[in-house]
Design a protein around this ligand. Structure first.
Ligand code: HEC
Ligand code: HEC
Length: 218
């Protein structure tokens, strides 16, 4: 099914899941412990890790429709979550929840997740291996040079990011393109001034080169 069509079908499904309380929204209401606290505890408790990962995979069954079972997404405009930093993933879930980052479907969906679901899902995807979905594009070498000068200081020289900076290595080429254009034009549902500055320096005509480079990395 095409992405746009599947999205509206899935929106209906998400609502019925919420209604049947499979995601247990009342647990969220009764539990003031935030996902970030849970994540920190789950990360420390290595003995409980295998059980948490199984739980996260189960809780992510609905997400898998778009983001893939192991975090390699099924549509070019949907970001991979494999190998993404759990703190970054949680931060974005909260940004959708508060409406700071705008995407009608994701904003609605985040409301049906409990704090425990969010932490377990973030850990499940973080542990998934990154598999580049494409070979480096035609302008990858050019993109690599630009990355080292303009982006590596935050996203790290290997583009694998860190706590506060998203991993870009192996990300979907089309999603990278869309994201960079959105930061540049400041018209999309996501604003972050340092990224607008970085993409302005990069220049609109080098966005393709950057996407060619990053999507082919591991
Ligand atoms: C219908 C398809 C669809 C489903 C189902 C879906 N997502 Fe998404 N998700 C998207 C799209 C599209 C984006 C990118 C939105 C944008 O461009 O801002 C996204 C973005 C995200 C991001 C931000 C990633 C980044 O790199 O910044 C996170 C985190 C996320 N989704 C988590 C989830 C979780 C957790 C679930 C399941 C509870 C889920 N998504 C279900 C389509 C989906
Ligand atoms: C000052 C630090 C900084 C610099 C320099 C920087 N970034 Fe970012 N980048 C970030 C942060 C932080 C985010 C997440 C911001 C948000 O929540 O919108 C981000 C988000 C992104 C995203 C969206 C990722 C996703 O999963 O949604 C892409 C793509 C990206 N950066 C690419 C680049 C490229 C390419 C460059 C160089 C031209 C660059 N960044 C330079 C800090 C930086």
């Amino acid at each position: 099914m095409h992405y746009t069509g599947s999205r509206s079908a899935l929106a209906t499904l998400a609502l019925s899941i919420a209604a049947s309380s499979l995601f247990m929204p009342e647990a969220y209401a009764a539990d003031p412990d935030t996902a970030a606290h849970r994540l920190a505890r789950m990360q420390q408790d290595t003995a409980a890790r295998p059980a948490v990962l199984i739980e996260g995979k189960k809780s992510a069954f609905f997400c898998a429709n778009c983001h893939g079972e192991a975090g390699i997404s099924r549509y070019p405009e949907v970001p991979n979550l494999a190998g993404q930093h759990p703190a970054y993933v949680l931060g974005q879930m909260d940004a959708f929840l508060t409406g700071k980052r705008k995407d009608e479907f994701m904003e609605g969906l985040m409301k049906v997740l409990s704090e425990r679901d969010k932490a377990a899902i973030a850990l499940h995807y973080a542990a998934a291996p990154v598999v580049p979905t494409t070979a480096p594009g035609p302008r990858a070498a050019e993109g690599g040079k630009l990355f080292a000068t303009l982006c590596a200081r935050c996203h790290q020289p290997d583009a694998r990011g860190g706590e506060a900076f998203p991993r870009l290595a192996g990300q979907q080429r089309e999603y990278i393109r869309l994201s960079l254009k959105r930061y540049l034009s400041q018209t999309g549902g996501r604003l972050y001034a340092p990224m607008t500055a970085a993409v302005t320096q990069l220049g609109a005509n080098n966005i393709d080169a950057m996407a060619d480079y990053l999507s082919g990395l591991e």
